[in-house]
Design a protein around this ligand. Structure first.
Ligand code: IMP
Ligand code: MG
Length: 173
């Protein structure tokens, strides 16, 4: 069943401000380099689209797709790679761009997977961090907002595929 988006947890203005800040920090941290931003489909697409316009570097982008949730609001725990990168990352400065780190399983899996491909550096940037739900320890180098344990939709976040196009991040009723 399609549930209704509830109150705004992170507004479009807060998102714009924070994404601009993250872009400035990444621009500074990667000065003189040409990072490859790897967006994790599909949730990170909106965030990535805004973030790349706030990074003043000659960057490139690519995508990976993973699935773990199905149609529910709790992770099954198993992570599956359903689409891989189109390019080699060997010797590249890679920044994984995730929508949210929840249990940490998806990011831990992706970090392990990409590390075997010998990038020069590997960092992770997540828009949201549901820190209190962490089950596996994983490094998140750049975090937009730490959020409480509420299921969210909007700004790329979905419930069973719905609500990704909302401009604000909302909780689900
Ligand atoms: P993890 O593997 O448990 O850290 O889960 C990460 C993935 O779960 C994210 O990339 C999201 O796709 C999904 N997820 C976790 N919490 C939410 C939420 O509140 N709304 C929508 N998707 C979520
Ligand atoms: Mg998802």
């Amino acid at each position: 069943m399609q549930r209704r988006p509830g109150r705004v947890l992170v507004s479009r203005d807060e998102l714009a401000r924070r994404v601009a800040q993250l872009g400035s920090v990444i621009t500074r941290d990667y000065a003189g380099r040409s990072p490859l931003l790897v967006g994790v489909l599909k949730g990170a697409v909106v965030f990535l689209g805004d973030l790349v316009r706030r990074i003043d570097l000659p960057l490139t982008i690519d995508f990976m797709a993973v699935s773990s949730y199905g149609a529910g609001t709790r992770s099954s725990g198993a992570v599956r790679l359903s689409a891989d990168l189109a390019v080699s990352i060997e010797g590249r400065d890679v920044i994984l761009v995730e929508d949210i780190v929840d249990s940490g399983r998806t990011l831990a899996y992706l970090r392990r997977n990409l590390a075997t491909r010998r990038p020069r550096t590997l960092a992770a940037c997540a828009l949201l961090d549901k820190r209190e739900r962490r089950e596996v320890e994983v490094t998140v180098d750049y975090v937009g907002f730490v959020v409480p344990d509420r299921f969210v939709v909007g700004y790329g976040f979905d419930h069973a595929g719905h609500h990704r196009g909302l401009a604000d991040i909302r909780s689900l009723d």
